[in-house]
Design a protein around this ligand. Sequence first.
Ligand SMILES: NC(=O)C1=CN([C@@H]2O[C@H](COP(=O)(O)OP(=O)(O)OC[C@H]3O[C@@H](n4cnc5c(N)ncnc54)[C@H](OP(=O)(O)O)[C@@H]3O)[C@@H](O)[C@H]2O)C=CC1
Ligand SMILES: CCCCCC(=O)/C=C/[C@H]1[C@H](O)CC(=O)[C@@H]1CCCCCCC(=O)O
Length: 330
Amino acid sequence: MVTAKVWVLKKHFEGFPKPSDFEMKQVALANLKDGELLLESVFLSVDPYMRPYSKRDMKEGDVMIGTQVASRIVESKNPAFAVGTFVVANRGWRTHFISDGKDLNLLPASWPESLPKSLALGTVGMPGLTAYVGLFEICKMKPGETVLVNAAAGAVGSVVGQLAKIGGCKVVGCAGSDSKVAYLKNIGFDEAFNYKTVASLDEALRKASPDGYDCFFDNVGGEFASIAINHMKKFGRIAVCGAISQYNDSVPQKGPYIQIPMIFNELSMKGFIVSSWHNHREEGVKALLKWVLEGKLKYHEQVTERFENMPAAFIGMLKGENLGKAVVKV
Ligand SMILES: NC(=O)C1=CN([C@@H]2O[C@H](COP(=O)(O)OP(=O)(O)OC[C@H]3O[C@@H](n4cnc5c(N)ncnc54)[C@H](OP(=O)(O)O)[C@@H]3O)[C@@H](O)[C@H]2O)C=CC1
Ligand SMILES: CCCCCC(=O)/C=C/[C@H]1[C@H](O)CC(=O)[C@@H]1CCCCCCC(=O)O
């Protein structure tokens, strides 16, 4: 019999999550029945959505939600899955779990041995697809346009900027440290600034693109988005992807309100959830993998060692300690 370690939400987050909100438990797994498999998590993802979705969907005592990533099949009574195969699953913060195979996604057959399997949680996974859908389907980005992205050195933002460059655009990004800004320049951003240290966000946005922005890929919301909206060009498009600056608020932030610039500049603004765009998944993963292999799409992972450090990795990511995709190596 295998004993799994799991992290549960001990206490609903109030404001910023803290280590005492989590509890690690041991769960004995049953023996496999015919058609079932036993999986071991190799990499786990920590993502911003866990903060707002925990409030909406979870109760205290539930296992933390999350994408299991690159889990390895250790025992199989299901002929469709061989022992040793790596898959992506969505079974929360667990070291081991049992599946009937229906909720598992195989890595693409063309996945090369040389590529870390954890990328299936990042650049070639859900965050990469979010960038792909948000730019091509929501912003409808065209060559020659100027694209703005915030949280630009993170999992989604770093892909957004590079895809916009691949698509022939000028790219402006912002991030929360000078080393992140240096990274953005290194991976091809035309302009980048540290939103925490600029004297004025308004000035920084104007200086980076005096003519304004055609597309704004918003990962942050709040004050940044309220200022950026005034820098959109006529008929600009805004992809509302995330609002991380608001996830830990106990009291909702108030305006400024967006109607006047929306009307004057005839802007389009559309929120989206990448999983609703599953019909673009196959094409998106294929394209992302190709660009990574061609060296056109660079990646960085912030790897935290050991399952025991899941809460620390999650809290660190919310604080901005990650460069690229935050993952935990079990
Ligand atoms: N709509 C969808 O389907 C999806 C939406 N998302 C959203 O995309 C956004 C980015 O996610 P992801 O790439 O996984 O995460 P990241 O890898 O970008 O990590 C989060 C980053 O957010 C930044 N951040 C944290 N707090 C603030 C703040 N108050 N103001 C500005 N920046 C802040 C930090 O970077 P810094 O140092 O720059 O502050 C931190 O590193 C999130 O809002 C997420 O919810 C993600 C996936 C799918
Ligand atoms: C105001 C909240 C905005 C959150 C934006 C965000 O980060 C969304 C992420 C989703 C992404 O589009 C696809 C996903 O997998 C993310 C949501 C996952 C939810 C899992 C919930 C599982 C559960 O409740 O058990």
